[in-house]
Design a protein around this ligand. Structure first.
Ligand code: GRF
Length: 208
């Protein structure tokens, strides 16, 4: 079995999409060994518990220093013996130590077509506010490997979604989740679990 950890901070709809994709056989030969939230109030924790998946809160608030938090997060993920770390709406910066420990084995879902509307400050609804402010007609989502930058790692999958007249940030966010995020994140996990994703010179090739 290919083992993954899913790191969350909020509602956990992407976590739910992964759970459902495993149940439906869209993600094959894979189990969620651990869910970690930095936020004790995250509904994602309930989603994990409802499925009997080990779920824990590891919050910077409970540690004296950021380093201590970083060490605890890395230790827990290592103890779980996972092959891949999936950031599904995780709002904490990933420690450099973790990037070093899991080269091209951490992926993130970002709700825009990178390199648009990404980088520092582009998270949650802000991404969609900025896209609407700019007046783009197409947005979407990106699954990428995590490196030491913010949203700078090699791109694995992207899916475009139309912007419609009258969209608000919330409406656009929801459409991008439904039409892109909940599809390409599970798809990327299945591809990686089956050795179909190769990285060379910081670029990804998805094998057919
Ligand atoms: C998603 O839009 C994801 O792309 C972003 O944060 C949101 C998380 O939503 N990084 P959820 O917690 O999976 O519902």
């Amino acid at each position: 079995m290919f083992k993954i950890a899913v790191l969350v901070s909020g509602g956990g709809t992407n976590l739910q999409a992964i759970i459902d994709a495993i149940d439906a056989g869209v993600i094959r030969d894979t189990e969620i060994a651990l869910v970690v939230s930095n936020n004790a109030g995250a509904y994602a924790i309930e989603r994990a518990k409802a499925k009997g998946i080990p779920a824990e809160v590891i919050s910077p608030k409970n540690f004296g220093t950021r380093d201590d938090f970083n060490d605890a997060l890395l230790k827990r993920v290592q103890e779980a013996g996972v092959d891949l770390v999936v950031l599904a709406g995780f709002l904490c910066a990933i420690p450099e130590k973790m990037v070093d420990a899991y080269p091209y084995r951490i992926i993130n879902i970002h709700p825009s077509l990178i390199p648009s509307f990404c980088g520092k400050g582009f998270y949650g609804l802000h991404v969609h506010e900025k896209a609407l402010e700019r007046g783009v007609k197409v947005s979407g989502a990106t699954v990428h490997f995590v490196d030491k930058g913010t949203d700078t790692g090699p791109i694995i999958l992207q899916k475009a979604v139309s912007v419609e007249n009258g969209d608000t940030p919330k409406i656009l966010q929801r459409r991008i989740m439904e039409q892109a995020e909940w599809k390409i994140l599970p798809e990327a996990i299945d591809l990686i679990a089956h050795g179909k994703v190769k990285v060379e010179d910081s670029r990804v090739t998805v094998l057919g």
